[in-house]
Design a protein around this ligand. Structure first.
Ligand SMILES: Cc1cc2nc3c(=O)[nH]c(=O)nc-3n(C[C@H](O)[C@H](O)[C@H](O)COP(=O)(O)OP(=O)(O)OC[C@H]3O[C@@H](n4cnc5c(N)ncnc54)[C@H](O)[C@@H]3O)c2cc1C
Length: 269
């Protein structure tokens, strides 16, 4: 099947993109998730505005505290180290496991987060790293922590006419540890279960995040208890996710145990 006809809009800058959205155009990043929806006619926009070459969305900013990656930076650019990785390699490793190279060449960081597939890698990795979404729209700019930006399966806090412009990733402190585990049936597939663990005592950031739950990532309320092995991953998830089947809980608890082990905590289940 082919898409319903639409206008393609190339714009010179963010102001042009925002104006196009105000006129009813839909934003397009790398078109890797939107494209199939257009082909299946699940989306029928009258116009698409191409964000992939908008200069403001391709920029990288750095400070002593954070790195801001523009929303139109591709997975491949992160994988190849063409942009700074404030984590010293955690982002590069995650990028390399997204789909396959052709998808990574086009797919963007911002497109992935705006699409908000519960099983997507950046959705859990950026939440797990305590990143912040930077948004621009008709009422100006605003900052939203990723865990608040992602509001449900394929749902975000983007308001009408808003564009996700960048993601601000805090620099981890000295000695910070990280574990990210993604279970997929075949390389290049979305996760069936995933978990991320950040232990950054210098910066006071402890976070255990569970993904691929069919909803936005779960940020566990009491990571200290897990890190101290006072509760098992299975017990923590049973409490946080009531009503899940034993098999489902076991799958996600295993992902969490393996992420903890990768971060140097406990043994993998
Ligand atoms: C075969 C295949 C396998 C895949 N496997 C994985 C995988 O293992 N892990 C994974 O994480 N992903 C996977 N993906 C998805 C891929 O990572 C996409 O790149 C990503 O989901 C969407 O990014 P995009 O830039 O292509 O966005 P698009 O497809 O262009 O857009 C997606 C949505 O976001 C909106 N949007 C895009 N950019 C912005 C912005 N800056 N501001 C506001 N709204 C915006 C669009 O309007 C659209 O609704 C896979 C895709 C394919 C085709």
């Amino acid at each position: 099947m082919k898409p319903a006809p639409f206008d393609y809009l190339a714009v010179d800058d963010l102001a042009g993109a925002t104006a196009a959205l105000a006129d009813g155009a839909k934003p397009m990043g790398g078109n890797q998730s939107l494209g199939p929806m257009l082909n299946l006619r699940l989306a029928r926009p009258a116009a698409l505005v191409d964000l992939s070459l908008v200069p403001e969305l391709r920029t990288v900013e750095e400070s002593a505290e954070w790195v801001r990656l523009g929303a139109a930076i591709t997975h491949a650019e992160i994988e190849d180290g063409e942009v700074p990785d404030p984590t010293g390699g955690w982002l590069r490793a995650a990028a390399a496991n997204i789909a396959y190279r052709a998808v990574r060449n086009r797919g963007t960081l911002g497109g992935s987060l705006a699409h908000a597939d519960p099983a997507a890698d950046w959705v859990i990795v950026m939440t797990g790293l305590c990143a912040t979404a930077l948004l621009a729209g008709p009422s100006g700019t605003r900052r939203v922590p990723l865990e608040d930006f992602l509001t449900g399966p394929f749902a975000t806090g983007l308001r009408d006419g808003e564009i996700l412009t960048a993601v601000e990733i805090p620099r981890p402190g000295a000695g910070a540890r990280w574990g990210y585990w993604k279970y997929m049936r075949q390389v290049g597939e979305f996760a069936k279960a995933s978990a991320a663990v950040l232990v950054d005592r210098e910066r006071g950031r402890l976070r255990c995040t569970v993904g691929a739950l069919g909803r936005q990532p779960l940020v566990l309320a009491e990571p200290e208890a897990l890190l101290a092995a006072e509760v098992t991953p299975r017990e923590a998830l049973a409490q946080a996710l009531p009503g899940r089947s034993p098999a489902d809980l076991a799958l996600h608890a295993t992902a969490l145990a393996r992420a903890l082990a990768e971060a140097g905590i406990g043994d993998a289940a």
